[in-house]
Design a protein around this ligand. Structure first.
Ligand code: PHE
Length: 340
């Protein structure tokens, strides 16, 4: 018993002598599972039976004393973290956060949109899940029309009338149906086609289509609009040519080529040694389309055009594989910074 009393006295002295302001260090040294107070408690078993009661009381009182010291240290100690803040130089600049960059498709889309906005075109958007009317029938593609095969369509299983839009011409139909003329819109958006994924084709891609309907709109207006676009997008030196083509919703129809940006028209792999690359389809809106949408085709005429954003982006940045756009490889995506 006497030995225990001496031990308690010695430990009490060392607690009183503990001068650090670190509550956690104190806790570990004295109160922790391997601490000195705990070890002293273990002495209980060596105390003779008749002294156990007194010894227990002494130890309990001591434990309360040791814990009180811990509480008072905690109250004054700001802790290790607190001290670090006090010592830190608050005038230092913060760590730089890595900046993200826009997806190349977004960059090019924004650029295309801003060029047409300068010509007075407004942006119109519509649903990606469409009905047959807006994607096909209204556009002079009645059921069983062979030209429907030009665009391999994903249909929605629950309803044979629903599909994933194959082009954003569907948005143009919705706009024409509103009946507010004149119309001058561009329709950027994602479209879907059931194609095998390869370097040159994907089951989804992005388009910007345009539509202008007013009185006396002519093919010359269409050409001039597209000339302006090409020069803004690719520079003044790029040459343009129109080839006759066929789309059910335009008559006459054309495809527009630009001189190859890689070889300047001399011939290379990208232009398949022709010196030209196709970038869009266009034409005068077919009178049937105007009539289908409630517009008087005797009074109004219009032009429409449509281009794939991926294709323009590939030409502009000389990207050879379409799949890069949807693989989310940051080493690829990080290269496109700023605006264009
Ligand atoms: N809708 C056509 C397509 O997706 C593009 C186009 C639009 C062609 C307007 C002519 C006029 O291929």
């Amino acid at each position: 018993m006497e030995q225990l009393i001496n031990q308690i006295a010695a430990l009490k002295a060392s607690i009183e002598a503990f001068s650090e302001q670190d509550a956690e260090a104190y806790r570990i040294k004295f109160l922790g599972s391997k601490g000195l107070v705990k070890a002293l408690m273990g002495e209980m078993k060596n105390v003779a039976a008749e002294n156990k009661k007194d010894a227990g009381q002494l130890l309990n009182e001591f434990k309360i004393f040791a814990e009180a010291k811990y509480e008072s240290l905690k109250a004054t100690d700001t802790g290790a973290a607190g001290q670090q803040i006090n010592e830190a130089d608050l005038s230092l600049p913060g760590d730089l956060l890595p900046l993200g960059s826009r997806h190349p498709i977004s960059l090019v889309k924004n650029r295309i949109v801003s060029i047409f906005q300068r010509l007075g075109f407004a942006v119109a958007e519509g649903p990606e899940v469409e009905d047959d009317w807006h994607n096909f029938s209204a556009l002079n593609l009645p059921e069983n029309h062979p030209a429907r095969d030009m665009q391999d369509t994903f249909y929605i299983a629950q309803n044979p009338d629903w599909l994933l839009r194959t082009h954003t011409s569907s948005v143009q139909v919705r706009e024409m149906e509103k009946g507010k003329l004149p119309i001058r819109i561009i329709c950027p958006g994602r479209v879907y086609r059931n194609e095998t994924i390869s370097a040159r084709a994907h089951c989804f891609f992005h388009q910007v289509e345009g539509l202008y309907i007013a009185e006396n709109v002519s093919f010359a207006d269409l050409k001039q609009t597209l000339y302006f676009f090409v020069q803004e997008m690719f520079g003044k030196d790029v040459k343009v040519r129109f080839r006759p083509s066929y789309f059910p919703f335009t008559e006459p129809s054309a495809e527009m080529d630009i001189s190859c940006l890689i070889c300047g028209g001399d011939g290379c792999n990208v232009c398949k040694h022709t010196g030209w690359v196709e970038i869009l389809g266009c034409g005068m809106v077919h009178p049937n389309v105007l009539n289908n949408c409630g517009i008087d085709s005797n009074k109004y005429t219009g032009f429409a055009f449509g281009m794939g954003i991926e294709r323009i982006t590939m030409l502009k940045y000389q990207i050879k594989d379409l799949r890069l756009f949807s693989e989310n490889d940051v080493r690829f995506l990080r290269q496109f910074t700023g605006t264009i």
